[in-house]
Design a binder for this molecule. Structure first.
Ligand SMILES: Nc1ncnc2c1ncn2[C@@H]1O[C@H](COP(=O)(O)OP(=O)(O)O)[C@@H](O)[C@H]1O
Ligand SMILES: O=P(O)(O)OC[C@H](O)CO
Length: 496
């Protein structure tokens, strides 16, 4: 038998899934790792925990399936994006914790760059905007704040990478220092038009070009894993950011097709074809992938908190397991006028306010745990409605249905709410691990064992959720949401 192996390094857990060549999952292993919050608004991961958990689950998946490394045709790697690492050249020793995409520590640096009038330049070149979300200002912060880092980087002793690059370096024993255009396009350093690192932007942020990884196609050659890791070398033939991988795994290969993935955050991506679409309304223009020598672009709406809100309810003790939120929220028919704005790490698209903070409004003496749970689910769905509205205004396109996946898409009530608040059907695919599937397929294409046609034909529907709310009720609820968001904006700035 022949297999494809996907490594999916997410924000809260590392996963490895072994697929048959036809896309059927054969074995899966998953391990969570620590989230570090050293200060309010800061979020870090230990790079060695990322690596060790990812290595551990990969070995476990192979063991579970009783599959030998030499039966694996190719490995595809997909990852949480933007998260920024620096490590020593040669040894691969981490030089600081990974600064996670949700981290807000560079809000003031972004503010300064905006005050210098630089946002239009960054937007035009990278398709992104000046928000702490992206890697560029995180890397600038590391160079300015980790003692000795700038000097060592100047001497060529330091490597920068997003999580894909970090794992590739480790998997290949330091032989490959590379990334792909979908990950590079999230750094604020990558020129969307020339598809290369942008020297002017690097200069503005004071980043030595020698630290940066080489950019190879998403279906390119990324070396092979060290033989001692899995018993034999496995060719690495696919690399792409997790949201782009989910777009690929949902077979949204044509312009106009899109998906929303609900993991820690929620990310709606719309394939825009062979040209980047500039976005004046607070969406991002980004690379979807580079495959078979052709680059595809996407328009993206990034929502920072989705499943993480459910994790927070769990931390509070309102529920024991994230799946329990569904039964709790079903105890009530609506949120009783309560709105929860999940701006715990600022707000992403289309607001882009790193100073926004979470808020719960509309509490009364009648508010119960169930109302809060329901308001939390609605808060995620409203954010996605904001993104869809921005997209409709922008690309002049109207959404007819939405393909969904990710951990939170297991929650049927949540998908009913999403369909109600969007007013369009929400479609869940049979394989919910579309991110891993996308990475496996990319590796299959890279290794020449799969064609794009096969990917297109493999998508199958599992469940369809239809909207039931009247348009006037939908609009009234949405207006309440907009009022609630107004109150959450700028909160941390006013604090001091
Ligand atoms: N049944 C559920 N209802 C709501 N949220 C859920 C449910 N199951 C999982 N989640 C949430 O989904 C997230 C995990 O999804 P996953 O796709 O694994 O995320 P990531 O790739 O970001 O680590 C967690 O934040 C968890 O709280
Ligand atoms: O780890 P996920 O699935 O929440 O995805 C994180 C995104 O890539 C951040 O941009």
């Amino acid at each position: 038998m022949k297999y494809l192996l996907a490594l999916d390094q997410g924000t809260t857990s590392s996963r490895a899934i072994l697929f048959g060549l036809e896309g059927r999952p054969v074995a899966m292993a998953q391990r969570e790792f620590r989230q570090l919050y050293p200060r309010p608004g800061w979020v870090e991961h230990d790079p060695l925990e990322i690596w060790e958990s990812q290595l551990g689950v990969t070995q476990e998946a192979l063991r579970q399936a009783g599959v030998e490394a030499r039966e694996v045709v190719a490995l595809g790697l997909t990852n949480q994006r933007e998260t920024t690492l620096v490590f020593e050249r040669g040894t691969g020793r981490p030089l600081y914790n990974a600064i996670v995409w949700q981290d807000r520590r560079t809000a003031s640096l972004c503010q300064e760059l905006k005050a210098q009038g630089l946002e239009p330049l960054f937007r035009e070149r990278t398709g992104l905007l000046l928000d702490p979300y992206f890697s560029g200002t995180k890397l600038a912060w590391l160079l300015a704040n980790v003692p000795g880092l700038r000097e060592r980087a100047g001497k060529g002793e330091v490597r920068f990478g997003t999580v894909d690059t970090w794992l590739l370096y480790r998997l290949t024993g330091g032989r490959v220092h590379a990334t792909d255009p979908s990950n590079a396009s999230r750094t604020l350093l990558f020129n969307l038009h020339t598809l290369s690192w942008d020297e002017e932007l690097l200069g503005i942020l004071g980043i030595p070009p020698a630290m940066l990884p080489e950019v190879r196609p998403s279906d390119g050659e990324f070396g092979a894993t060290l033989p001692e890791l899995f018993g034999a070398p496995i060719p690495i033939r696919g690399v792409l950011g997790d949201q782009q991988a989910a777009l690929f795994g949902q077979a949204a290969l044509a312009a106009g097709q899109g998906k929303c993935t609900y993991g820690t955050g929620a990310f709606l991506l719309l394939n825009t074809g062979e040209r980047p679409v500039p976005s004046p309304k607070g969406l991002l223009s980004t690379v979807a992938w580079s495959v078979r020598g052709k680059v595809s672009y996407a328009l993206e709406g990034s929502v920072f908190m989705a499943g993480a809100v459910v994790g927070w309810l769990q931390g509070l003790g309102l529920i024991r397991e994230s799946a329990e939120v569904e039964a709790l929220a079903r105890e009530v028919a609506d949120s009783g006028g309560v709105y929860l704005v999940p701006a715990f790490t600022g707000l992403g698209a289309p607001y882009w306010d790193p100073y926004a903070r979470g808020a719960i409004l509309g509490l009364t003496r009648g508010t119960s745990r169930a109302h809060l749970a329901r308001a939390a689910l609605e808060g995620v769905a409203f954010q996605v409605r904001d993104v869809v509205r921005a997209m409709e205004g922008e690309a002049g396109l109207s959404l007819e249905e939405l393909r969904v996946d990710g951990g939170m898409a297991q929650n049927a009530l949540f998908l009913e709410i999403q369909a109600d608040l969007l007013g369009v059907p929400v479609l869940r695919s049979r394989v919910t691990e579309t991110t891993a599937l996308g990475a496996a397929w990319m590796a299959g294409v890279g290794a020449g064992v799969l064609g794009l046609e096969a990917v297109r034909e493999a998508w199958t529907l599992e469940a369809r959720f239809l909207p039931r709310l009247s348009p006037s009720r939908r609009e009234a609820l949405y207006q309440g949401w907009r009022r609630a968001v107004e109150r959450a904006l700028g909160w941390a700035r006013e604090e001091g």
